[in-house]
Design a protein around this ligand. Structure first.
Ligand SMILES: Nc1ncnc2c1ncn2[C@@H]1O[C@H](COP(=O)(O)OP(=O)(O)OP(=O)(O)O)[C@@H](O)[C@H]1O
Length: 664
């Protein structure tokens, strides 16, 4: 269709006008869009995150302010210079500077290692750390949350620290860490110390990496763990024992169960801590010594029976270390898991136990590996059962049984760390399998799961009581200071830290009160009466003997008194009137003096002497008769007492006891 020019012009004008209005519309729209854009800013989430993070940061600041103000108001609890470091800088920084110094001194290090260089976080003191703002903020949030959580945890632990009781009938595992000194071999290999223990509680771990490992270098950071106590490498065996185990030994004597186990990588010092050396005996030896000392101190008020067994778990078989033979089978009974047929030795003294321990250790499987020259290839468990029996005021028998388990675990190890020979690697695999089972149990217990996989290995079956039963449990995590064992140390500390969260049941006293039956009580009463009568008869006998002695002394004195010619005469036999006769023994003197018709005429003194002699003779006869009677009576009564004691023992043992009550 044809189109006029006018209309074309007007249409062009229209067009221009429309385009103008479109432009203005677009501009308004643009401005609206811009407005809307600011409203729908896709980064608005970041702002919220920043706000949340700032909040967290504020919270953290407040928390540390409270801690500081508490310390000021209570100067006794104000941190020592070492403690102060916890709030200001990571002590691994000290470690790093010390290592740096070492590096400067020793140029060998410069070529090999470079320390962990964690990028600086922007803080109030250093707000210029503009680079990597987002990562910084993310890290800040992590640090903040972790610190608050850690602080809460520390507070909870501080509350329960004293006796480990959480409340009600719950308790928790006490976890300690022991750092061993750097070994000569490690020094020669150029290792550096990557562990620092501060305040006998906190463990700081620093990672070192090869300077060419750029990816790792960026991610390296120090780690901090806190335990019930941490022992630096200079700690003595005795200090370790008193802090970790001494209390448990006391509790065992009161009829409670206790376990101590050493956990850690191969060569970290578990056997040294548990067994020690002749010059520096370890926890096992010190605990046994302590146990017998306490028993000796208490033995006046009851009977103690100490029995012990020593077993090892090697390649998933349980073996008796005191009388090696066929592998033992584990069985569960009311006492818990027991190795059927294990030898229970009754021990009477520390020396005896030491001899048994020595014998057991000779039978234990140890092999040299690359990581440790005397590496224990098995888990060893020494069990000491203390039974204490005493009669209470009502003549009931109170029986308390406490069990102390001292466990030296085999070391967790990397396949590369040990030899590659078949048997060693099979052992290593089994050790790792059982330790993995142990960590699964720890995880399940921490997470409060209903099913705990104890049956996954022999070790966890044997540790069932210690981990989840009514038992006071102590874990000693052994670590090496060398950076070459960093991975193992981190792993050990991780599991030890986790084990701190395991809740166990409070160990009640395993006490049985055996009420003796009616007949038993009668017999016991009769026994008491007879014992009393016996005592009285013995006293009477002693009195009579004293009387006799007095009389003999009087008679002797009468004879030895300044001799009147007549009295001298009276004591002399007609044929042997020698002065030496007086020094003869008393009996001889009595039998040898004789009365002659002549002596009758020798005055009143002689009559007295004669009378005295007669009395003495009569008394002697009487005494002899009484002695004989008493001896017969005592013998009869002793027989009755023995018979009664045997009956009472039998009654209690066979279980013919009425109303066996379990003390709460
Ligand atoms: N606290 C310590 N003080 C001095 N020497 C120690 C200490 N701890 C360990 N050692 C020494 O370190 C070496 C390895 O220790 P130990 O045999 O106890 O390690 P382990 O953890 O039992 O190893 P494995 O699991 O392989 O049996 C031993 O020579 C031991 O004497």
């Amino acid at each position: 269709m044809p189109v006029s020019t006018r209309s074309q012009i007007s249409s062009t004008q229209d067009e221009q006008q429309r385009s103008r209005s479109r432009r203005s519309n677009e501009e308004t729209q643009m401005s609206n869009v811009t407005n809307n854009f600011t409203f729908r800013n896709p980064h608005h989430g970041l702002k919220e995150k920043m706000r949340a993070l700032t909040l967290l940061y504020e919270q953290q600041k407040k928390a540390s302010a409270i801690v500081r103000s508490n310390n000021i108001s209570n100067p006794s609890s104000s941190p020592k210079p070492d403690q102060e470091k916890r709030f200001t800088s990571h002590p691994s920084a000290d470690l790093l500077t010390s290592c740096q110094r070492q590096e400067q001194k020793d140029p060998k290090f410069n070529n090999v290692m470079r320390e962990n260089t964690v990028p600086l976080l922007p803080t109030m003191a250093n707000p210029t750390a503009e680079t990597a703002k987002t990562t910084v903020v993310r890290k800040l949030s992590m640090v903040g949350t972790r610190n608050v959580q850690e602080q809460e945890k520390m507070e909870t632990y501080a509350k329960t620290e004293k006796n480990g009781r959480i409340g009600g009938d719950e308790s928790r595992i006490h976890v300690f860490v022991r750092l061993r000194p750097m070994a000569k071999k490690e020094k020669e290999a150029g290792s550096r110390c990557c562990v620092k223990i501060v305040n006998k509680k906190d463990v700081y771990l620093t990672e070192f990496a090869n300077e060419n490992d750029y990816l790792r270098l960026k991610r390296l950071k120090g780690r901090h763990f806190s335990f019930d106590a941490s022992f630096p490498d200079s700690t003595t065996q005795h200090e370790v024992y008193t802090t970790t185990t001494a209390e448990l030994v006391e509790e065992v004597l009161q009829g409670r169960n206790g376990s101590v186990f050493c956990y850690g990588a191969t060569g970290a010092g578990k056997t040294y801590t548990m067994l020690g050396t002749l010059e520096n005996p370890g926890v096992m030896v010190l605990a046994i010594k302590d146990l017998f000392t306490s028993i000796r101190q208490r033995s006046f008020d009851g009977n103690h029976v100490v029995q012990l067994s020593y077993l090892e778990v090697y390649n998933e078989t349980v073996r008796d270390l005191l009388s090696p033979g066929r592998p033992l089978v584990l069985r569960e009974d009311k006492q818990g898991i027991v190795a059927a047929g294990i030898t229970q030795y009754r021990a009477y003294s520390t020396d005896e136990v030491m001899a048994l321990l020595q014998r057991g250790n000779q039978n234990r499987t140890t092999e040299p590996t690359r990581a440790n020259e005397t590496s224990s290839r098995s888990h060893a468990i020494l069990q000491v059962v203390v039974e204490y029996r005493v009669k209470d005021a009502l003549m009931n028998i109170v029986n308390r049984v406490g069990k102390l388990s001292l466990i030296d675990l085999a070391g967790s190890e990397r396949a590369l760390a040990t030899d590659q020979r078949t048997l060693r690697s099979l052992e290593g695999a089994n050790i790792n399998r059982s330790l993995l089972a142990l960590s699964s149990c720890i995880n399940a217990l921490v997470e409060g799961k209903k099913h705990i996989p104890y049956r996954n290995s022999k070790l966890t079956q044997l540790l069932k009581d210690s981990l989840g039963g009514a038992c006071n449990t102590v874990m000693i995590a052994n670590i090496s200071p060398s950076n070459l064992s960093f991975g193992e140390t981190q792993n050990t500390l991780h599991w030890a830290y986790r084990a701190k969260e395991i809740r166990t049941k409070t160990s009640d006293t395993n006490e049985e009160v055996i009420q003796v039956s009616e007949t038993g009580t009668d017999q016991a009463k009769l026994l008491l009466e007879l014992q009393k009568e016996n005592r009285e008869l013995r006293v009477q006998l002693t009195c009579q003997q004293q009387k006799l002695l007095t009389l003999q002394a009087q008679s002797l004195a009468a004879n030895a008194s300044p001799p009147t010619p007549s009295s001298v005469m009276s004591l002399e036999t007609p044929s042997t009137a020698q002065p030496k006769e007086k020094s003869k023994p008393r009996s001889t003197f009595l039998t040898r003096t004789c009365f002659t018709p002549e002596s009758k005429k020798r005055g009143p003194e002689e009559a007295v002497v004669k009378e005295l002699r007669l009395t003495v003779k009569a008394l002697e006869l009487e005494m002899a008769r009484m002695k004989k009677d008493h001896a017969t009576q005592l013998k009869q009564k002793d027989d009755i007492i023995r018979e009664l004691s045997r009956k009472i023992e039998k009654t209690s043992e066979v279980g013919v006891k009425k109303g066996v009550t379990r003390a709460s």
